[in-house]
Design a protein around this ligand. Structure first.
Ligand code: SAM
Length: 352
């Protein structure tokens, strides 16, 4: 005890439970510290690049319960995961979801988790923003591709822009930092991206532009939607001064500062630039399947070991085996010869 008191820098290392366990490290020496959990595959929108209009969703009986989701997340946190993002489908349409946020918040209180966050379409934020903030959620991502109400309806098929804007207002009023994610869509919002930059930065929000990824059959040709971000960036550079910065969120986005607005602009480029070398994440579906890479089929069933016993021994072993099989990366291609989905599963299964 006295010895430790003389070495204060060692104390946090020795007392934090996360450091008492062997952290998850994959075969390419990447530490897995970030878990994204799709808590449902359902959504109140049908974005044209994400889902087909008539999706078949999983029977509710196949879903993990909220208690099981908590147990799985907690098992990962005990293995060194420091950042947890709930996503979907639309996470805020899962019944009782605030109970899960409320129970996971204990890991923030204990210091075992650095961040509890979510990605949302924003439609339910007027209802939940204050409660999310009360559960320790400090930053959220809201997906929004256009500020034109008609285009918004066309992209989301079912969404209403003013509800999402009201959701963003509610999130900011509750003190949460909001980042906007916009998918760049050829011929749809490409002429609007500069306005989105001005609007987001004017409201003190970072904006990240995402390249459309070939996931799931959405009933439209991908080549029709695909707009390379190299082109988007070049066009934005005609209107703005884009300054390279080191800022990282632990995700795949590369950021620049826009001199004219003072805000940050991120680019996620799975097709024009492969970002796998620094991948620190894995993705869990609402049925307990763990995907080790967004762009590969490699997956592990965690529901069976979870349900097989009340102790976590089988589950822990299954998690370790899964991480030992994390692939090096993905290789999406969209061109005239590759218009079929690279993977059959939709983004709503793994949550982006
Ligand atoms: N419902 C939530 C939302 O709208 O943010 C969370 C789930 S949604 C699948 C997560 C993100 O994935 C959204 O920003 C969405 O725009 C993006 N996304 C969905 N399908 C995509 C695709 N094929 N390519 C690129 N991004 C996609």
């Amino acid at each position: 005890m006295t010895e430790i008191a003389h070495m204060p820098e060692l104390v946090p290392e020795l007392t934090r439970p996360a450091h008492r366990v062997r952290p998850l490290v994959d075969p390419f020496q990447r530490a897995i510290t970030y878990l994204r959990v799709a808590v449902t595959d359902r959504c109140d929108f049908r974005c044209v690049y994400c889902m087909s209009e008539h999706m078949t969703f999983l029977p509710k009986a196949d879903l993990l319960t909220l208690e099981e989701l908590d147990r799985l997340c907690s098992a990962f946190i005990a293995k060194g995961v420091r950042k947890l993002r709930l996503t979907g489908g639309e996470p805020l349409v899962r019944r009782g979801i605030m109970t899960l946020f409320g129970s996971l918040a204990r890991h923030l209180d204990s210091g075992d988790l650095d961040e509890l966050t979510l990605t949302t379409n924003g439609s339910q934020l007027p209802k939940y923003a204050a409660e999310l903030a009360a559960h320790g959620v400090k930053r959220i991502n809201v997906s929004l591709d256009t500020l034109d109400p008609d285009k918004f309806r066309a992209i989301t098929r079912w969404g209403e822009l003013d509800k999402v804007i009201a959701g963003i207002d509610a999130a900011q009023a509750a003190g949460m930092k909001v980042k906007i994610n916009a998918v760049a869509l050829k011929g749809v919002n490409e002429d609007e991206l500069a306005d989105l930059v001005r609007w987001a930065h004017g409201r003190d929000m970072d904006l990240t532009i995402i390249e459309v990824m070939p996931l799931g059959d959405v009933g439209e040709g991908r080549l029709d939607q695909y707009l390379p971000l190299s082109m988007v960036r070049a066009r934005l550079a005609e209107q703005f001064t884009l300054q390279e910065i080191d800022y990282r969120t632990g995700g795949p986005a590369r950021f620049v500062k826009v001199a004219e607005t003072g805000g940050r602009l991120g680019f996620i480029t799975p097709l024009t630039h492969n970002f796998c070398e620094s991948c620190n994440r894995v993705r869990l579906t609402c049925t307990g399947t763990l995907y080790m890479c967004l762009g590969q089929e490699d997956a592990a069933d965690l529901r069976t070991p979870l349900r097989a016993s009340e102790s976590n021994d089988l589950l822990d072993a299954a998690i370790e085996t899964a991480i030992a099989h994390k692939p090096k990366g993905h290789d999406f291609i969209i061109d005239r010869r590759h218009q079929r989905p690279a993977l059959a599963r939709h983004m709503s299964v793994t949550g982006g």
